[in-house]
Design a protein around this ligand. Structure first.
Ligand code: FEO
Length: 399
């Protein structure tokens, strides 16, 4: 059975959701699923924007058929060649053999790398090229590294619709609701949108900034991303989030305490610090056990908060492995501009504080506060004054 939504008088959402997949890109947990969005424009010529992941291909084909109502498909615009959107290109060509594929030169190259049989079907476009399909005129805008090098976005100058590829997307299935104002985005979606952005595109902040600059010159009315809700109101809310995330500016003044504990003693020290912070007036405090929280959630929260406390045991004379993985991921994603406090623990040769300091020192614009603490197996009464000073220094750094 088909399942489509009308976006404008002649534009339809023909995507679908996957609620069975456990790991997006086989790495990021998606307990709320994910949608793969595709759009079909019914102009004098018919134009499909991107395809979907293989997992929902059958639904996708039924959706397209229901909208085309016997017409043929004339064009397929490929904004992004990653297989979660491009997997069904060959299936489309099989069913609509006269379809022409519009994409960048790099996307065409990737199609060959993925061994898609698109011989003779491709029209290559570049930044600033325009095409008309009847009433609608499309202009193509390069968006390299948002999130692969071949990516572009497509702007419909006739009605202000931006087909934004991975930009402005989110994890989460679409449960009947397609538009941003059909959900409570700030309550129910923002955390998954942030986790999607920071883990998938987070590394490429300067490229996202370039795209935002280009977007600022367009009269955008509707944003149609490849994942998550379609935006047709309150665009400023989303653009502001993207601006902050891509400049690596925190959204909130607050303290995220991430602890790596083996027997609960480092956790107890983290609890003590959290309590002192709250008692001193900093109530925006969150705590995460690094062993129990998937790193994609830690990354997302690290993009959100201004201050981070890393409390780690020493393990084989190194940083506790899950903590090391988290810090390395931060570095890989180019995270910047955070203020850190370090707590180390070790029963005979504590090392984790020094090693974490070195690692954070290799990252851009990270501040590491001087006040830190080295625990021997557990926090004791003698450590109380030092922990109090640490809480004071964190609050002081936020002023
Ligand atoms: Fe949703 Fe970069 O693919």
């Amino acid at each position: 059975m088909y399942c489509v939504r009308k976006i404008t008088e002649d534009l339809y959402w023909v995507g679908g959701s996957d609620r069975r997949l456990a790991l997006f890109e086989n790495i990021h947990p998606i307990p709320r699923g994910v949608s793969y969005n595709s759009y079909l424009l019914m102009d004098e010529k018919t134009v499909l924007f991107d395809t979907v992941d293989w997992s929902i291909c059958r639904q996708f084909i039924e959706n397209i058929k229901s909208v085309l109502k016997g017409k043929t498909l004339d064009y397929l615009v490929i904004n992004h060649m990653e297989p979660d959107h491009a997997a069904c290109i060959e299936e489309i060509i099989l069913r609509y053999p006269d379809v022409k594929i519009i994409c960048t030169k790099k996307a065409s190259m990737l199609m060959h790398q993925f061994e898609f049989n698109v011989e003779g079907e491709v029209i290559e476009v570049k930044e600033g090229d325009n095409m008309s399909f009847g009433k609608h005129n499309l202009t193509f805008v390069a968006a390299p590294m948002v999130h692969w090098p071949e990516a572009m976005v497509t702007f419909d100058t006739t009605n202000g619709v931006l087909f934004s590829a991975d930009a402005f997307g989110s994890f989460g299935s679409l449960d009947g609701q397609l538009f941003n104002d059909e959900v409570n985005f700030d309550r129910d979606w923002i955390d998954e949108a942030r986790r999607y952005y920071t883990n998938i595109v987070g590394k490429y902040g300067p490229h996202v900034q370039n795209l935002l600059k280009k977007a600022g010159t367009l009269d955008i009315k509707i944003i149609c991303p490849l994942h998550g809700p379609v935006w047709h109101s309150d665009l400023g809310y989303l653009l502001d989030k993207y601006d902050k995330w891509s400049r690596y500016e925190p959204e909130e003044k607050g303290v995220m305490i991430v602890y790596g504990t083996m027997y609960g003693n480092t956790e107890a020290a983290a609890n003590d610090l959290a309590t002192r912070l709250v008692e001193k007036g900093m109530k925006n405090v969150v705590m995460y056990d690094v062993s129990k929280t998937h790193v994609s959630y830690l990354i997302s929260e690290t993009f959100k908060y201004s201050n981070v406390v890393l409390a780690s045991v020493t393990y084989n004379l190194k940083i506790y492995p899950p903590m090391l993985n988290y810090i390395n991921d931060m570095k890989a994603l180019n995270l910047q501009k955070r203020t850190f406090t370090l707590i180390e623990n070790g029963s005979w040769a504590p090392q984790s504080g020094k090693l974490m300091r070195e690692l954070l020192g290799e990252m851009k614009e990270m501040t590491i506060l001087d006040n830190e603490i080295s625990l021997n197996s557990s926090m004791k009464e003698d450590d109380v004054d030092l922990m109090d000073d640490i809480a004071e220094s964190i609050i002081g750094s936020m002023k």
